[in-house]
Design a protein. Sequence first.
Lengths: 325, 447
Amino acid sequence: MTQYIIRRLLYSLPLLMGVNILTFVLFFVVNSPDDMARMQLGQKRVTEQAVENWKQQHGYNVPLLWNSDAQGEKKVTDTIFYQKSVGLFLFRFGVSDSGRNIGADIQERMWPSLAVALPSLIVGLLVNISFALMMVLFRNSYLEHAGIVLCVILMSVSSLFYIIGGQFLIAKLLRLVPISGYDDGMAAVKFLVLPVLIGVFSGIGSGVRWYRTLFLEEVEKDYVRTARAKGLTETQTLFRHVLRNAMIPILTGVVVVLPLLFMGSLIMESFFSIPGLGSYTIDAINSQDFAIVRAMVFLGSVLYVIGLLLTDISYTIVDPRVRLS
Amino acid sequence: MVILWTDALIFTLIAIMLGLALYMRGKEHIKRPMQQICRSKIGMVSLVVLVFFVLIGLLDSVHFKATGNKTNEIISLLDYWATPLREHGEKTYSAPFATTLYSKEMMTLADGATQWGYPRLEFGGSHLADPETQRMGDILQKAGYGFAQGAGLAAFFMALLWGTLAGQRKRLMLSSTTRTVWAVVFLIVSLSYTLIDLSSYYHVLGTDKVGEDVFYQAVKSIRTGLVIGTLTTLIMLPMAVIFGILAGFFRGWIDDVIQYIYTTLNSIPGVLLIAASILMVQVYMANHEAAFTSVVVRADMRLLFLCLILGVTSWTGLCRLLRAETLKLREMEYVQAAQALGVKQGMILLRHILPNVMHIVLISVVLDFSSLVLAEAVLSYINIGVDPTTYSWGNMINGARLEMAREPIVWWSLTAAFAFMFALVLAANLFADVVQDAFDPRRSGNE
């Protein structure tokens, strides 16, 4: 097992390297630091001196890959690639363009993100699976047809509609919860109810449809027929046999997003002004803070790679047929 | 005539689709699923709605320089026909069918006195002498007139079509699916006539903050939605198909490299990659302003870039599916037979593998469409979508979301954007389901 995990970890290294090089190319080669400086300082009539100062301030005043002016190992280390990109591997995110420590910001902001994303995921999963099971239980009836139609309709509505509509109805008209905001500790609950509710609701359409197809695939298999033949009721077969076997594809979808929950949801957090990583990213995009966006891209891919690893491990736990090889 | 980049690509796409249709005509294995689609009521109705949207989008894709206009701006055929809508701007918000502005203002009356009240709109309902009493009747009358006109036109053409049809075809026309389709066509034509007729007298969906007609904005947004939904797939399709098939067919190091590429791309969260790329495009555009001569060209380039970036982030899923399918296909007897007979590998790929993975491509294209249209709105909301000057549902929502806090609330911009988007996405989703049922071999026999 340990050996397997180590091998998988080694396998993910080239992936992260690829991501790193991609972001490097995207942020420094497509547009030179000079371009970025001009963008930040305003377009028209920027003096060379101002550009140089900006680069100096943010540490972009060194060559991209190879510093031929420097001595010894500095030839490699005194470059943008080494200072800005390699450090990401050690989670040294550096300083944002506005001068804040990105690493500290991330540590502080990932918890609110998690507080929204985790309940949304769990409640959503429970709701979706139970609705899907219900539809499979009543398959080939009017109830199921109505359910399918409802799912397509729910799916076709923009998620922005759910957010704006939910905020308007529940927070503004009914005044059940505050419209937006966040608080520390248990006081946060009243701010979290609405985002979680809306998050769950906006996912119902596609979620239920997806789980329904998974269950339908299982329901037609031989072992289910056997279970029915030996006299189990329909509910018993569904819960004891179908649900268990359908857990494997469900797991694939869920475990891989678990680490990404820290990243939060961009739209949700900005609508509800929750100080998580999602709104952090949006703020960075809006203020064109390249350092933060770069750090978030890398962090996101690290979390995704961890998710892949977790998925593989969870397979072996859930499905004894899968062997590590 | 000015051809923008996206226009050119749209016309290319249509040419490709026509070519494919000609090529596929008469192929038995295509005919069966096609017939299944044609028999499905939901499928045909949603197709009619989609075609209606596409027609509007196409009208909006024929651009030319406006003549006789001092600004010399680039407009489309749709703009040309909707000139009254475009030019009938008010001062600020006004509700749908309103004759007065949304907010109170100090007005100067005819006798020189000033009064605090709702001023009349410059264009909306300005033909009415006394809006209080005449408005409802006038709206109903205009709507009825427009509906009758549209219905008459639709009925005339249907009768014409009926007359030219041979007797045998007539029976086909009376099947319940065809009747539903005609009913929907009739309804759409009549209703759009009604709306067109009304919109020259009123602001059917109100006006927005700067007094622009919301109905016009919503209609203009159709093209943006369609472009994002279709061009993105057009851009990513060659990459996904070629890489997927090559990886599955040759295996070995080619497979490893391609898998590495798509896993790497896949491991970056999509939104972040899009955000990073759009930021870079912004920087590039800011530094190369000279290359973008007019606002329209600039917005169009950004739209194209967005499609490109969305394409790059979304090809991996299809690529993986195609790779898996090709892995399965290459072990099939007919492929091995072709190999044994000494058919060149390129030929095997082209003649034996490619046609047999086409159903996956088709299904994923139709399935992706609706999610891309929805994604556009979300991306525009976080400012990494289309250019702020482009008409799009996302921009409409973004511009109007703070208006929910007003009292009385300004609901029409949001409602219009959501309603149009919902209609398009619902039609696309329903159609995608029918297509999937028809083309997916695993699902055949479900009917």
